[in-house]
Every structure is written in structure tokens, then in C-alpha cells.
Design a protein around this ligand. Structure first.
Ligand SMILES: Cc1cc2nc3c(=O)[nH]c(=O)nc-3n(C[C@H](O)[C@H](O)[C@H](O)COP(=O)(O)OP(=O)(O)OC[C@H]3O[C@@H](n4cnc5c(N)ncnc54)[C@H](O)[C@@H]3O)c2cc1C
Ligand code: FES
Length: 248
């Protein structure tokens, strides 16, 4: 892990309040699905870098999908083609890709960001269940559909399956689908529901946690949380943990 200079290729709004930031790099170590980056923010009073999941990446390119939240992410929207950004990546453990043949990937809202690279790396067997509140919030629909079997879900039924992604997965399971593992990233209520679903059926379930971060590299302890009764750093020991170890 070291600092890299990204040159902005594009930075555009792809859904309501959702931006895709694309950058080129001279040479980038390969990222694994579920890993993240710490990005410098182009604003003097934002000293801390912001953590963003690696959405797409190869050895000379990376893309990040981010939601407008506070001053840091608002400042990121001012980046234009040719701007340089200091990026530390790849960070964290990522999902245990390669350990399982048939993976069900569940994403909720901006949690889909690190799951695109994850889905690519899991290969064509992966079934993807991405949930959004409404049609206007759908992100990377075509991209996900091109790398695995995608079930798009909306809470209000304005597109795709009407209901939560857990309900869509349960409906497939009722018809005989049994994944070897479940990988999930999304809001806490979704992750807790996925934990219950996976554990009730004895399916290894991995959740990508979010925590406020200072350094992103294990030094400041800002991101400490309880995992299997022990203090763990989400940035260094995670962000991906086995469901049995979290939300106890
Ligand atoms: C491992 C990891 C991966 C993430 N991946 C993505 C992603 O791919 N796309 C995306 O839109 N968001 C992602 N987030 C959340 C994103 O980091 C925050 O939304 C962002 O830092 C908010 O910064 P801000 O200055 O706009 O907001 P502010 O609320 O002004 O932030 C103030 C401070 O709090 C920290 N902070 C605020 N919210 C969060 C949060 N939810 N998680 C961590 N730190 C936070 C900021 O880094 C900053 O130091 C991820 C978070 C983590 C921990
Ligand atoms: S953010 Fe500093 S230890 Fe995790």
C-alpha cells in the first residue's frame, strides 16, 4: 500500500446525488473487491482523506462511486479532467474472492460501490441483488448486469423486484438456489437482515462495515469496533468481517 497520484479522467453525476470519479494512474497495484482507498480532498480545511470503496480498478485506472454527504464529498465534485489527486490504495482486506464458487452479492444504495469490482472478480456464476429506494437512485445497473445475474430491487416497486434485496434472494432460494457464500455491503439494517438470513441457513456471510476513519491504515484507532468480543480496526482488520463476528 502506498500513495499514488491519480489524474482525473472524468467526474460525473450518474444518479441523484451520486458521482462516478474516474482516474488514470502510472502504475497501480491490483485491488481486490471490497478494498478501499483514502482520497485527498481538494479543500484546505479537509485535512483528513476520505475513504471510498474501489468500484473499478486495474493497473492504471480506478473509479469511485460516491454520494454527496458533507464538505469532503462536495469538494470532490469540483474535480475536473486533468486534476491530480493523491490516493492511498488498495487498503483493507476485501472479500474472500476465490474461496467460493457460487456467491450471492447483496448491495444496498451506495453499498454497491465496492461490489462492482467484487462481482467482476467472482465471475459469471455470481448472482447480484442490488436494492435502491427508488428508480432514480439506481446506479451501475447496466454494468452489474454485464458481469453477473442481476436482480434490481426497489423499495417502492418503481423498477425491478418490488421489495428488499433479501426478499429477492429468499425468493430465489425458495426455488432451489443455494449460494456457497453471501457478500454484502450496504446500510446497517440491510447488513443485519443479511446476517440473519445467511446464518439461519448456514451460509458463510461476509459484511463490509463502515466506520469513521482518520488514517485508513491502522495507526489512529478512530475506526475501532467490537469484532467477536475484541477491538478491531475496520480499516486494517476489515472492512470485511464474517457475519458471526459482528452485530452481536
Ligand atoms: C471503508 C469505507 C468505504 C466507503 N466507501 C464509500 C463509497 O464507495 N462510496 C461512498 O459514497 N461512501 C463511502 N464511504 C463513506 C464515505 O467515506 C463518507 O460518506 C465520506 O467520508 C463523508 O465525507 P464528507 O466530508 O462528505 O462528510 P462529513 O460528514 O462532512 O465528514 C466528516 C468526517 O467524517 C468522516 N465520515 C463521515 N461519514 C463517514 C462514513 N459514513 N464513513 C466513514 N467516514 C465518514 C469523513 O471521512 C470526515 O473525516 C465509505 C466509508 C468507509 C469507511
Ligand atoms: S482509521 Fe486509523 S486505525 Fe483505522
Amino acid at each position: 500500500m502506498k500513495e499514488h497520484i491519480g489524474v482525473v479522467l472524468g467526474n460525473r453525476e450518474i444518479a441523484d446525488g451520486a458521482y462516478l470519479l474516474e482516474m488514470s494512474f502510472d502504475k497501480l497495484p491490483l485491488s481486490k473487491g471490497g478494498q478501499f482507498a483514502m482520497l485527498e480532498v481538494p479543500r484546505e480545511d479537509c485535512i483528513l482523506r476520505r475513504p471510498l470503496g474501489v468500484c473499478m480498478a486495474d493497473s492504471s485506472y480506478a473509479a469511485f462511486l460516491y454520494r454527496l454527504k458533507g464538505k469532503g464529498t462536495h469538494a470532490l465534485t469540483t474535480l475536473v479532467k486533468g486534476d491530480e489527486v493523491k490516493v492511498t490504495m488498495p487498503l483493507g482486506n476485501g472479500f474472500p474472492i476465490g474461496k467460493f464458487e457460487n456467491v450471492a452479492i447483496i448491495g444496498g444504495g451506495f453499498g454497491v460501490a465496492p461490489l462492482y469490482l467484487t462481482a467482476i472478480e467472482c465471475g459469471g456464476n455470481a448472482r447480484i441483488y442490488n436494492g435502491f429506494s427508488t428508480k432514480k437512485q439506481i446506479m451501475l445497473g447496466k454494468e452489474f448486469a454485464s458481469v453477473g445475474k442481476l436482480t434490481l430491487c426497489t423499495d417502492d416497486g418503481s423498477a425491478g423486484f418490488h421489495g428488499f434485496p433479501t426478499a429477492a434472494l429468499e425468493s430465489d432460494m425458495a426455488e432451489g438456489y443455494k449460494p456457497d457464500a453471501i457478500f454484502c455491503c450496504g446500510p446497517e439494517p440491510l447488513m443485519k437482515a443479511v446476517k440473519r438470513l445467511g446464518e439461519a441457513r448456514g451460509i458463510p456471510t461476509y459484511l463490509s462495515l463502515e466506520a469513521h476513519m482518520g488514517c485508513g491504515v491502522g495507526a489512529c484507532l478512530t475506526c475501532t469496533c467490537k469484532v467477536a468480543g475484541h477491538n478491531k480496526r475496520v480499516c486494517k482488520d476489515g472492512p470485511v468481517f464474517l457475519s458471526e463476528e459482528v452485530y452481536q
